[in-house]
Design a protein around this ligand. Structure first.
Ligand code: 13P
Length: 251
């Protein structure tokens, strides 16, 4: 059985005052069963402060992106080693907002995954189709191509996490139906098993895209949904904890 992961992506939100949200999450977690991992990926500016302030190992921290190199002349970028040094144990790579805003191809994402392995942290690789691609019947092709190219040969199947995030469902309030999510997650599982054999059966696959307390239970009940990557609802401790509670109550 795969240990679920409930992960929050704060995106470009959060100031030092947001440490209060983390404290609220930590205290809420203490009354919930420890049956799933819990992760927050704050902006890079907050990672070290949150790590210093954190009082429980139940809440893990991560970065939202990393560069492929470990250091050098790359203004504005963050090395995977820096994420680890600041207290992160995970890093999101290939988020659709980075693919769109920064032109990150799956080939580039693969170099970032390698950097995460080099730094000893777990990459969460994001894949997902746009609305045009879905309406054009290309969802499975897009997702399987992103999966194949973004994951480097160094990966073993159990050393990374996949997040399926349909672009049209991110931050829009539109959620993929349970049937749509089941279809794609089952296809991702089949692709992972095909590439990594038995280890591909153990890769956590998260759903992301307007996951909220109201829809989390139905999505998390699907056999190949092993958690969530949550944007907006991870900025409110009560909502994030409600999603975590919905997850552990099913185990
Ligand atoms: P929302 O939950 O705000 O739709 O964002 C999802 C996401 O992009 C997480 O990485």
């Amino acid at each position: 059985m795969i240990r679920p992961l409930i992960a929050g992506n704060w995106k470009m939100n959060g100031l030092l005052a947001s440490l209060d949200i983390m404290r609220e999450m930590e205290s809420g977690l203490s009354s919930l069963q420890d049956k799933a991992d819990c992760l927050i990926c704050p902006p890079a500016t907050l990672l070290a402060s949150m790590a210093a302030e954190k009082s429980t190992s139940r809440l893990k921290l991560g970065g939202q992106d990393c560069h492929s190199e470990s250091s050098g002349a790359h203004t504005g970028d963050t090395a995977a080693e820096m994420v680890a040094d600041a207290g992160g144990s995970y890093v999101i790579v290939g988020h659709s907002e980075r693919r769109a805003d920064h032109g990150e191809s799956s080939e580039i994402v693969a170099t970032k995954m390698k950097a995460a392995f080099r730094a000893g942290i777990t990459p969460i690789i994001c894949i997902g189709e746009t609305l045009d691609e879905r309406e054009g019947g290309k969802t499975l092709d897009v997702v399987s191509d992103q999966l194949a190219v973004s994951i480097p040969d160094e990966a073993s199947g159990t050393d990374f996490v996949v997040a399926y995030e349909p672009v049209w469902a991110i931050g829009t309030g539109k959620v993929a139906t349970v049937e749509q999510v089941a279809e794609i997650h089952d296809a991702i599982r089949a692709a992972l098993e095909n590439r990594f054999g038995a280890q591909g059966a153990g890769t956590p696959i998260l759903y992301g895209g307007s996951m909220k307390p109201e829809n989390a239970a139905g999505l998390l009940a699907l056999s190949n949904v092993n958690g969530g990557l949550i944007g907006g609802a991870s900025l409110k401790a009560a909502d994030f904890l409600a999603i975590y509670a919905a997850c552990v109550s099913q185990l």
